[in-house]
Design a protein around this ligand. Structure first.
Ligand code: IMP
Ligand code: MG
Length: 189
């Protein structure tokens, strides 16, 4: 796991009503992406994994990740969408877009960020009965101060403080995904 240092040289930006300050450079992000890709490549030697990116936030991470992953692999994307279950079960998440038969496969989930872990819990729930050979979880960003769940995360790119971030696929109300660097929400102190 790598830790990030503050960026002071770039300009602040405004998205909708909020201001964001530079936080993690594109170079630092790339170092973290490369490290995760190489660690997974080492661990999965001899396998032909299926990487599944969780949209929308993971699109940039996945694109760069697979360029650093040199062994044979397959890549797919899914969306987690909410729908109303029965009155007793309430809101349920389902996977949209998975075409592949993943039974018996080595599957690695690629997430942009794990915050509370609620999404991760849904992912584990959804994959529980899919009969995969192995399920691994990789996330580019992780907020350890917020994550209180007893769920395994196999690979973490960068651990960050509990601040809202944008850039490199991550958005604030739709904006900011196209930024190459990561910015964090400006707070009064
Ligand atoms: P969770 O709280 O771990 O379930 O994270 C849910 C989702 O919230 C993530 O997949 C992101 O899409 C989004 N998210 C969490 N933290 C941030 C952030 O700091 N910036 C932008 N999106 C975030
Ligand atoms: Mg996400």
């Amino acid at each position: 796991m790598l830790f990030c240092t503050k960026l002071a040289t770039m300009d602040s930006i405004k998205l909708h009503d909020k201001h964001f300050t530079p936080f993690i450079s594109a170079q630092e992000i790339d170092n973290a992406v490369k490290k995760v890709a190489q660690d997974i490549e080492t661990d999965l030697k001899g396998e032909q994994p299926l990487f599944i990116g969780i949209l929308n936030g993971s699109f940039m991470f996945v694109a760069d990740f697979v360029r650093h992953y040199k062994d044979n692999c397959e890549v797919s994307f899914v969306k987690l969408s909410s729908y109303q279950g029965t009155s007793s079960t309430g809101k349920i998440k389902e996977l949209v877009g998975l075409q592949e038969n993943i039974e018996g496969r080595t599957v690695v989930i690629l997430e942009d960020i794990i915050d509370t872990g609620n999404t991760l819990k849904e992912i584990y729930q959804i994959f529980k009965d899919k009969k995969v050979k192995t399920l691994k979880i990789a996330t580019l960003f992780f907020k350890p101060e917020v994550f209180k769940k007893d769920l395994k995360i196999d690979y973490i790119g960068l651990s960050i403080p509990n601040k809202f971030i944008v850039g490199y696929g991550l958005d604030y109300d739709g904006l900011g995904r196209n930024l190459s660097d990561i910015y964090q929400l400006k707070t009064p102190n």
